[in-house]
Write a protein of this length. Structure first.
Length: 181
């Protein structure tokens, strides 16, 4: 059995959780999110806890989903309560970002033209200096959006490390080919 799946999800104050069969919906101060989870894992609400269970004689595939369902519910509760933020750093001479709307930024990152990136509707992009912060209530969407922005100009490992990287990411500068003497 999964150790993560056995832990109950604690519901903080100000967050409402409704379990309707396999559909779990969470409403909080940051917004509302709902997901259709696998029906094999039974989700029940007891007071201020959510408990996930699977039958004792379940198959390996069902047991594998046990911890996943608990983690998805926990991420929904955290997202609706406080939200998720992922930071990106823009490093390079002349590289910069400008905010155009709540979910739209313009990147000048060494191409012959500026790159305009528009995020999904439930994601907010905030530019502070050379950093871009991706914020939202769905952890999966926040991570995917940050990954797509990073793919526009990933860090260069063989030169100076310039590009877009996550805040706190360590980019190793590799040694290039050596010329034979």
């Amino acid at each position: 059995m999964s150790r993560i799946g056995k832990k109950p999800v604690i519901i903080p104050k100000g967050v409402e959780v409704n379990v309707n069969g396999s559909i779990v919906s969470v409403k909080g101060p940051k917004g509302q999110i709902s997901k259709d989870l696998p029906a094999e894992v039974k989700v029940t609400r007891e007071n201020d806890h959510i408990i996930c269970t699977v039958p004792e004689n379940s198959s390996k595939v069902v047991r594998a989903k046990f911890g996943l369902v608990r983690s998805l519910i926990n991420n929904m509760v955290i997202g609706a309560g406080t939200g998720f933020t992922k930071g990106l750093e823009i490093i390079g001479v002349g590289y910069k970002a400008q905010s155009q709307a709540a979910n739209k930024i313009q990147l000048n990152i060494g191409y012959s033209h500026p790159v305009v990136y528009e995020a999904p509707a439930d994601i907010t992009l905030k530019v502070e200096g050379n950093k871009v912060f991706v914020t939202g209530i769905d952890k999966e969407t926040v991570g995917q959006t940050a990954s797509e922005i990073r793919k526009i100009r990933p860090p260069r490992h063989y030169k100076d490390g310039a590009g877009i990287r996550y805040v706190g990411e360590n980019v190793r500068i590799k040694v290039g080919k050596k010329l034979a003497a």
